[in-house]
Write a protein that binds this ligand. Structure first.
Ligand code: G
Ligand code: G
Ligand code: MN
Ligand code: NA
Length: 254
């Protein structure tokens, strides 16, 4: 409750910030962009993990203004990087299921793109499986509208939800992001490696891009290259970085 009161003031107090984790294309390890992740440094509570405050924001409705702030801020940052000549192809922003199901996400995205001048084709929205299957008709309309705008949508934490696979065919989805929990057994565990290979094949058969999250070891990267994985992200490449550090890290690799 105390935490919720602080969170309510976090935007106005400028306690929220964004960090950026590089997305890398295989096999060349070319940087294509970043996933945007939210950070909160509270005056009263210090650094609070999104694992704690995102659920709180969802329960209290604060996710609506916070989610809007993240999207606007991310698009503004992306526009600045494009203006600096950085070859940004993908800026991936997480959307809460609460936002996706109960609010006009299409209007929000249109506004953020218009205000910032960030191109729709460089924006990717990450949603979890659960958000897609609760209100199928509504989700279909939302995804269709986003797709018509040129915005891509990816499935975050793929493989951990309770949904059927049927939705993959029904919806216009660009990318599967294999949850990082699957990566722990790669390449040593046969069963887990088999699961990852299966998801790669499934995604590719459906014409989707497949990204592996949570890549921490060179042996995992080598295995993923051989398995035909399209993109990776994880501590092996880089931790999520503040904007300035991200640009320096990226520039050094160009
Ligand atoms: O960055 P970190 O690994 O601490 O994030 C933990 C969780 O918080 C992840 O599940 C991530 O998707 C979620 N998260 C981080 N930033 C955002 C955000 O901007 N919006 C939403 N909805 N979730 C976020
Ligand atoms: O749920 P989502 O995929 O949005 O969560 C992303 C979260 O995963 C971020 O909070 C980020 O800090 C974390 N993360 C990113 N790369 C790694 C990694 O290589 N290992 C682990 N353990 N966590 C990671
Ligand atoms: Mn994500
Ligand atoms: Na994930």
């Amino acid at each position: 409750f105390e935490l919720e009161r602080s969170l309510r003031r976090a935007i106005a107090q400028e306690e929220l910030s964004l960090v950026f984790q590089p997305l890398v294309e295989l096999p060349a390890q070319r940087v294509v962009g970043a996933e945007v992740l939210l950070r909160w440094h509270s005056a009263e509570h210090g650094d609070v993990s999104p694992v704690r405050f995102i659920p709180l924001a969802e329960d209290s409705g604060l996710i609506v203004p916070i989610g809007a702030w993240v999207l606007h801020q991310a698009c503004r940052q992306g526009r600045l990087w494009l203006d600096q000549g950085l070859p940004l192809e993908t800026l991936a922003v997480n959307l809460s299921p609460v936002q996706f199901m109960h609010h006009d996400v299409v209007a929000l995205v249109r506004e953020a793109l218009a205000h910032s001048g960030f191109p729709a084709h460089a924006l990717e929205l990450e949603i979890t499986e659960g958000a897609l299957v609760q209100q199928v008709a509504r989700a279909t309309d939302t995804l269709k509208a986003l797709c018509d705008m040129g915005v891509r949508v990816s499935v975050d934490d793929f493989g951990t939800g309770y949904s059927s696979l049927a939705y993959l065919r029904r919806f216009a989805l660009h990318k599967l992001k294999i949850d990082r929990s699957f990566m722990q057994g790669v390449p040593v565990e046969r069963a887990e490696s088999g699961l990852v290979q299966g998801i790669l094949d499934l995604g590719h058969k459906l014409g989707m891009c497949v990204l592996a999250e949570g890549v921490e070891q060179q042996a995992q990267l080598d295995w993923l290259v051989a398995a035909g994985c399209d993109q990776i992200q994880g501590y092996l490449i880089s931790r999520p970085l503040p904007a300035q550090d991200y640009v320096e890290w990226w520039t050094a690799r160009l």
